[in-house]
Design a protein around this ligand. Sequence first.
Ligand SMILES: [Ca+2]
Length: 367
Amino acid sequence: MTIHMDDMLRGTISVWMVPLMPGEPLPQQAPAPLPLAQWAVAGGELARLGSIALDGEPLAAFEPDRYGYEVEVPADKAAPPVVTAAAAEDGLLVNVRQAESIPGTARIEVSDPAEMKAAAVYYVSFAHPPQYGLPEDRPVWPVAAVAASGHDGNVPENTIDSNMGTRWSAYGEQWIKYDLGEVRDVSALSLAWYSGNTRFSFFNIEVSVDGEQWERVYDGISSGRTTEHELYPFARVPARYVRVNGFGNNLNLWNSIAETAVYGPKYEIERAVIGYDREEIKRKDRVPLEAQAYLNSGEPIDMSQVEVRYATTDPKIADVKDGVLVTQKTGTAEIWAEMTYRNKTVRSNVLVVEVVKKNGNGPKPKK
Ligand SMILES: [Ca+2]
């Protein structure tokens, strides 16, 4: 910060410092300027926390006098950790407002009901590690139309021409808007920032079903580490329009995007099917089972990527070993499978296996 004051003999500068997390709005009203000599903390002391835990695990970086923490959550974890906190001493009140999503921020306030100590606020913000390049685990939605609040000759269409050498550029607070042509399940956007490896861009992402009512789904800063696509995931939401609001970068007020892509939800296992091609199953039989898992897009999954575990209601009648149905006694057993793909498990259909005697059409009635 630089302040020039020409021809000044005496002046007072008030600096108001407010700890803000990304996306948090400024307080509505500024406090009245107060000379430094009159600064004081109510009661002379702050209430403090003694510990913070994430999903029950102590936050290792915790220090009572450090009020902001940034925690990277593994990419496969969709929900933010649950934050708990304990006051440094008895008698203080701790109030936690959990983060709602990733990225997101939990807010912990510790206060003194006796009002001997001033309240303190701690923040724990959660983010996934940055993901670069075009993701392979999501469907890409085609863009039907693009428009922007302005441009300098580098037009908005340049962000969807699959050419990293062309870009949209606009100066100041500007937006660029993508129309998918129909309402889709949207859950991520990737942006390839022009000069993205040398500066951080400030932006947020909004979505809309009708182009009138907008919902903020992402608020952040680009990593400043890549000119490739950088992925910005958010909770899945139905949307036809996706808008990026740009606020310049850390070096100037230009918003420059080389390429944009809009994505649906991550592919995940949705359905598991097992079966066999045999009309009759006998005692001491061996019948190969067929197992197939399907994505939420309906596509079959390469089964070498899927972990399959079988279960039976009666292993003495029918069991599964190495993907083969193995029978012992006559009777009826139910067989099913649990299939796991990318940390998600689904249960298959249930096969009702009737095991009959050899050379017979089922358990013969007793004479
Ligand atoms: Ca381009």
